[in-house]
Write a protein that binds this ligand. Structure first.
Ligand SMILES: [Zn+2]
Length: 133
């Protein structure tokens, strides 16, 4: 029995355990993919994210991966922080209620202390000063 010493390197190096937590398109959440999501699904999600702003003027794509939510349309690209599912304080809820008679939601530091990243693309058209009629 002879094996080549480089047999382990014949497979291309690619990540095998990529997980997609949720994909939202135009505000509606698609069904959550199984935990066996492959790199092929991630590639398809990235293709959708890149193709939709180019194909349709009013289309918007929002992806949620990891602890960030990506939103992209022809005017902007936003990366907003999301609560961590494994947060020991909020357990992924993003905050908790405080106060008695008038309770308020207090934001958890796992997402509230991280900055939002924003890239402006095309300017939003100016709102007209005069009424249209
Ligand atoms: Zn938290």
């Amino acid at each position: 029995m002879s094996t080549t010493p480089f047999a382990a390197f014949t497979e291309p190096d690619r990540p095998k355990n990529l997980l997609i937590r949720a994909i939202t398109v135009g505000g509606s959440q698609l069904p959550r993919p199984s935990r066996q999501a492959t790199a092929c699904r991630l590639r398809a999600a990235l293709l959708v994210a890149a193709a939709v702003p180019l194909a349709a003027a009013t289309a918007a794509v929002a992806l949620r991966a990891g602890h960030w939510r990506l939103y992209a349309d022809r005017h902007r690209i936003n990366l907003t922080p999301q609560p961590c599912r494994s947060c020991p304080d909020c357990q992924g809820a993003g905050g908790w209620w405080v106060g008695g008679a008038n309770p308020e939601m207090e934001a958890c530091g796992c997402w509230a202390n991280r900055p939002e990243l924003r890239v402006r693309l095309l300017p939003v058209p100016a709102w007209p000063d005069e009424p249209p009629f």
